[in-house]
Design a binder for this molecule. Structure first.
Ligand SMILES: [Zn+2]
Length: 333
């Protein structure tokens, strides 16, 4: 009798642990609840002259195309599983990179920009550059990841923050930024830690140190967009900048206090005065890249509250808010 009791209480405890784990790891938002914020405009096969097409590939990876020149941020597509990240060395899936280049017809790719050197931004970037003969732009840490991937100096350019330069009809300015404040797992903060020598993959997660964080202001004709991968800001950094479209990193926004959230919005949207804000870095990147990106689990973030926060703010500021799914394209302007 006693033995039965022990067994049944063990079963109850195990089920409780299972349900708790399931709750913690289940997606923190249902994108069906945000249907009104999805783009439904058909995207023409050929990009009309003077227009910019952007394609979202999860985290802070965006392919930007004006029909002549393609630019890529991060190019993170390998997305190793949680188990791989936690327990083994991680490195670029080069076959997958080649598949993506074919699938997305990235044969006019001229430049790859990594937001910082953590693996979810810089791990695959050199390989996109390598296979397309594009230039890898980055911090010295990112360039060391490039050197480890056998990119020669001719294909590497170190960031000169604040200095505008042109690629095709695009004018790009790389801006100093600040990495998201770490919370929960992985709490270790290697912000500013550099990768000081050529870096060979695969390597453990913690070897991909941050090496400085950057934002990208991209102008094309009369228009501009700003890509901010990290959920943080340098005060006054955008004081003299305007952007039509803001791709705003929202990872872990729900874990920051209300004062920070408001200041973050004020220092980004408040300064840039965009017409449209598209959130990035909301998807669970332990899952493969596909057209149904899943928001971070409850354990990591609260994506629903992040989206709700931005919807409240943008509604009151008359800014359009729109969510892009994996592989979704949009004609920006
Ligand atoms: Zn990072």
């Amino acid at each position: 009798m006693k033995k039965h009791k022990i067994i049944s209480s063990l079963i109850v405890s195990a089920s409780l642990v299972f349900v708790t784990l399931l709750m913690l790891t289940s997606p923190s938002a249902d994108l069906d609840d945000f249907k009104d914020y999805r783009f439904r405009k058909p995207v023409p096969r050929n990009i009309p002259a003077g227009k910019i097409k952007v394609t979202y590939l999860g985290v802070a990876t965006l392919l930007i195309d004006d029909g002549e020149t393609q630019l890529l941020t991060d190019g993170f597509v390998t997305r190793p599983s949680f188990t791989e990240v936690a327990f083994s060395e991680i490195g670029c899936d080069t076959l997958l990179v080649k598949k993506m280049i074919d699938r997305l017809k990235m044969h006019r790719l001229k430049a790859v920009f990594a937001a910082h050197s953590h693996y979810d931004h810089a791990m695959d970037a050199p390989y996109f550059a390598f296979y397309t003969k594009a230039i890898l732009y980055g911090s010295s840490s990112t360039l060391n990841i490039g050197k480890g991937a056998k990119l020669t100096d001719a294909f590497l350019r170190e960031y000169k923050p604040g200095k505008a330069f042109t690629i095709g009809k695009f004018t790009i300015t790389v801006l100093h930024s600040k990495h998201t404040r770490p919370v929960g797992w992985p709490a270790k903060d290697n912000t500013g830690e550099e990768i000081s020598k050529p870096f060979s993959q695969p390597a453990k997660l913690e070897k991909y140190t941050e090496g400085g964080a950057y934002d990208f202001l991209i102008r094309h004709g009369e228009h501009s967009l700003l890509i901010k991968a990290s959920t943080n800001f340098l005060p006054q950094a955008f004081d003299s900048i305007k952007a039509d479209v803001l791709f705003l990193g929202v990872a872990l926004l729900s874990k920051q206090d209300r004062i920070f959230q408001n200041e973050f919005y004020q220092q980004t949207a408040g300064k840039l005065k965009p017409k449209l804000i598209i959130p990035i870095h909301w998807d669970n990147f332990f899952k493969p890249l596909n057209s149904q990106l899943v928001p971070y689990g409850n354990f990591v973030d609260d994506v629903r509250s992040n989206f709700d926060f931005l919807i409240r703010k943008t509604t009151s500021d008359s800014i359009q808010f729109g969510i892009m799914q994996g592989f979704e394209s949009l004609i920006l302007f």
